[in-house]
Design a protein around this ligand. Structure first.
Ligand SMILES: Cc1cc2nc3c(=O)[nH]c(=O)nc-3n(C[C@H](O)[C@H](O)[C@H](O)COP(=O)(O)OP(=O)(O)OC[C@H]3O[C@@H](n4cnc5c(N)ncnc54)[C@H](O)[C@@H]3O)c2cc1C
Length: 424
């Protein structure tokens, strides 16, 4: 063993999704003299992080989430400046929120500050003129400018390659136990190897509580499964330059009387007759294809490594989407092939804010509960965790995401005052 390495601090990052990769990257920059090991059962960014729609935006109902996303977008831009524009795609193509109603979509949308950065239109005629693919009765359009699409897998691989140059070490192993030792912590892997560490970061995505439990910790999170699918747009319903478009209205799907009777009489299908939340989203994909998603599932599940398909998901989403893009109706009965369908977990807290920072156990940190915003906030989340570990000054938003916030009376007041659950 190299004597000069004997006293180097060792940090083990448990999980190499986008959160673990980002933590490793920023730690390797802030603390270049620390030994960092990034451990994952699989290839980096291959679980939830590979299922992301890769959309980003800095508009959120609460300022803390806006600040976290804003910082993350800044960091992604910094990475592009550093690695070059061609290194990974970061497109500011916007988010287009639409509604059949004229009520505000965002509480502050009439403020001068909001209108300075975003575009609001509530003249159905002019909306239809500039977006002829939309239903002519769409009466509200809000275009968020600081938003778009990032090739997050390429970005994560760049961050990883860069951190490796500074000594970050990657191991492909399953962690089967974490324990405290007289010197620090021991990470025990499936092949019986043990990695010793002074500090641990739990970044295990949907499995954060599996790892937490090994240390007698528990995080107030749960998992749901959310899905997307991609189909060819055979009839070119969606313009290739359409921004990421989100229909905010909740709805009950439109069925013929015969269909409705059938659906309601079936135990397996009757969910299709229930009211659905808003936020169906759609965007053009490469190769004349379109990608659609609708995070309507609220069923709590135990995390799993593989996720099967869900009967009728594409048909239900296309039916819901044809409410605001009528041209999609033709795909509902005869879904164009090839259909690519996939899903992953949203791991979330009650208020849908992430957990980033120190836990109840000394030298154990967490980045988790990144739900449907982990791609867009990963850089800022990794940076924030690295700043905690390096004992550097923290940004204002840190307190809102501190894992111990539920025991802080002041933060509890903030949490109690929230009126919406923050689901995307
Ligand atoms: C369908 C879908 C669409 C989404 N779209 C967007 C979007 O448009 N924009 C956005 O910002 N976010 C989006 N998200 C959310 C985003 O993908 C996640 O928040 C993010 O990927 C979570 O990253 P993570 O690193 O926390 O978790 P993960 O990517 O799940 O990484 C956790 C890692 O831990 C490893 N691990 C777990 N247990 C062990 C163990 N015992 N031993 C070793 N390794 C272990 C896993 O193998 C995994 O690699 C979407 C999510 C889904 C499901």
């Amino acid at each position: 063993m190299n004597i000069s390495n004997q006293h180097r601090r060792k940090i083990a990052i448990c999980g190499a999704g986008i959160a673990g990769v980002s933590a490793g990257f920023y730690l390797s920059r802030i603390l270049p003299d620390v030994d960092i090991t990034l451990i994952d059962k699989n290839q980096p960014v291959s679980l939830t992080s590979s299922k992301s729609g890769e959309n980003f935006r800095d508009y959120w109902p609460h300022q803390s989430m806006t600040s976290l996303s804003h910082r993350s977008i800044e960091l992604m831009q910094d990475l592009q400046d550093e690695f070059g524009e061609a290194a990974f795609a970061l497109e500011f193509s916007g988010y287009h929120f639409i509604s059949h109603k004229t009520e505000p979509i965002f509480t502050n949308e009439n403020s001068t500050a909001f209108r300075k950065h975003n575009l609001v239109d509530q003249d159905a005629f002019s909306i239809h003129e500039s977006h002829p693919y939309l239903d002519p009765d769409i009466s509200k359009s809000v275009f968020i400018k600081n938003a778009g699409h990032v090739d997050s897998i390429t970005m994560a691989n760049l961050m990883l390659a860069d951190a490796k140059k500074r000594g970050l070490h990657c191991l492909q192993k399953e962690i089967i136990n974490l324990s405290q030792t007289s010197q620090g912590y021991a990470v025990q892997c499936h092949d019986k190897s043990i990695i010793e560490a002074d500090q641990i970061i739990i970044c295990a995505g949907p499995f954060i509580n599996h790892l937490a439990k090994m240390l007698d910790l528990s995080f107030p999170v749960w998992n749901t499964i959310q899905r997307k699918f991609i189909i060819p747009d055979l009839e070119q319903v969606i313009p290739r330059d359409m921004p990421f478009t989100i229909y905010v209205d909740g709805q009950t799907l439109v069925w013929s009387e015969e269909e409705r009777n059938l659906v309601q009489a079936s135990k397996e299908l009757k969910w299709m007759a229930e009211p659905f939340p808003g936020a169906i989203h759609i965007k053009p994909e490469s190769g004349d294809r379109i990608k659609l998603g609708w995070a309507f599932s609220s069923e709590e599940v135990s995390p799993s490594w593989t996720i099967g398909t869900f009967d009728y998901f594409p048909q239900v989403v296309l039916k819901g989407a044809s409410r605001f893009i009528p041209g999609l109706k033709q795909y509902e009965e005869d879904v164009p092939a090839p259909l690519i369908e996939y899903g992953g977990h949203y791991t979330r807290t009650k208020e849908n804010w992430p957990l980033i920072g120190p836990t109840d156990l000394d030298n154990v940190y967490v980045i988790g509960a990144l739900a449907g915003f982990g791609t867009m906030t990963a850089c800022a989340a990794g940076e924030l965790c690295a700043r905690y570990i390096a004992q550097e000054s923290l940004p204002d938003y840190a307190a809102y995401f501190h894992p111990g916030r539920y025991a802080d009376p002041q933060m509890q007041l903030v949490l109690d005052s929230l009126t919406i659950d923050g689901q995307l």
